[in-house]
Design a binder for this molecule. Structure first.
Ligand SMILES: NCc1[nH]cc(CCC(=O)O)c1CC(=O)O
Length: 303
């Protein structure tokens, strides 16, 4: 008998779009599927910055538990929200073809960046990079799903708020008034969707593996290995982007202090065949180059 693959998803519009995309792709391959929406803690608590809640994987944890409990067979995540170490028994099965990884500033009218501006973001990485470039600007916290954040931007006197372009495009709410932040390094795996399953569930793994996009898988692997090596379980302002061109993999990574004043950058290229261990190598170079001390001071500031 044909098994129905139950797809676990958060119930935000973006998460549902992503889960539905996987659903259609699996059905096109002849599989029977069903969506199972699950509320996540990250969506329920909206008044605290994420890093204050002290948990990594706040968006993914509830879904992982639902899968471990046997309520769903696979889960679709925004890959950048997934902790670099997966819970025991859960494995990464496929990275779908990545969309744009760019960050954008959605603006509230004309901006003069030379003037003091108020910019909204809930992300340490975005705040630090912004303050590095515009030290006289004021950064305010912004939380919530994409629609909530867009509404808050309209309701406030801020000059703009920072978003992942892919998220706005997916649910068709990319406004006309935005600026692409081509100087900002994205979060590791930004713009990519990942499917996870239970290690022993051969049927679901075999189905989902067919949606894998090799180039996206390699690039996100390098970025996440860089993140894992640097952070050691602590959240910090870390950006990373890997790209494959002409059988070479080009990597850019950065680590910033929380106030954006100090930063360590790296850029390296190797043949794509040498991608394994490349992310770790780039992180080690950052650590040796002052990153070790910077990570310690970030950890102390976050306490
Ligand atoms: N942290 C929330 C989150 N997780 C994934 C996306 C967008 C889609 C993606 O980057 O894959 C967003 C919204 C944002 O950062 O603006």
């Amino acid at each position: 008998m044909k098994k129905t693959i139950r797809i676990g998803t958060r119930d935000s519009e973006l998460a549902l779009w992503q889960a539905n995309t996987v659903k259609s792709k699996l059905e096109a391959l002849g599989y029977s599927t069903e969506l199972v929406p699950v509320k996540s803690q990250g969506d329920l608590v909206l008044d605290k910055p994420l890093y204050e809640m002290g948990i990594v994987g706040i968006f993914t944890k509830t879904l992982d538990i639902a899968m471990i409990n046997g309520q769903v067979d696979i889960v679709v995540h925004s890959m950048k929200d997934v902790p670099t170490l997966l819970p025991k028994g859960i494995v990464q099965v496929a990275v779908l073809e990545r969309a744009t990884s760019e960050d954008i500033l959605v603006t509230n009218g004309e901006i003069n960046f030379e003037e003091p501006c108020t910019i909204a973001s809930g992300s340490l990485r975005r705040k630090a990079q912004w303050l590095h470039r515009y030290p006289n600007h004021n950064l305010v916290d912004l939380r919530g799903n994409v629609n909530t954040r867009l509404q808050k931007l309209k309701d406030n006197q801020w000059q703009g708020a920072i978003f992942a372009k892919a998220g706005l495009e997916r649910i068709n709410v990319l406004p006309k008034n935005y600026i692409t932040l081509d100087w900002m390094l994205p979060a590791p795996a930004q713009g990519a969707m990942v499917i996870v399953a239970m290690k022993n569930d051969e049927y679901s793994k075999n189905a989902a593996a067919q949606l894998s996009h090799k180039t996206s898988e390699i690039c996100t692997h390098v970025e996440r290995q860089f993140l894992r090596t640097l952070e050691g379980g602590c959240t910090a302002p870390i950006g990373a982007y890997a790209e494959i061109m002409e059988e070479q993999i080009n990597f850019k990574g950065c680590l910033f202090s929380l106030d954006g004043k100090t930063n360590i950058d790296i850029e390296r290229t190797v043949p794509t065949s040498e991608y394994e261990g490349f992310g770790e190598k780039c992180a080690s170079l950052i650590l040796q180059n002052g990153g070790d001390a910077l990570m310690i001071s970030i950890k102390n500031e976050m306490k």
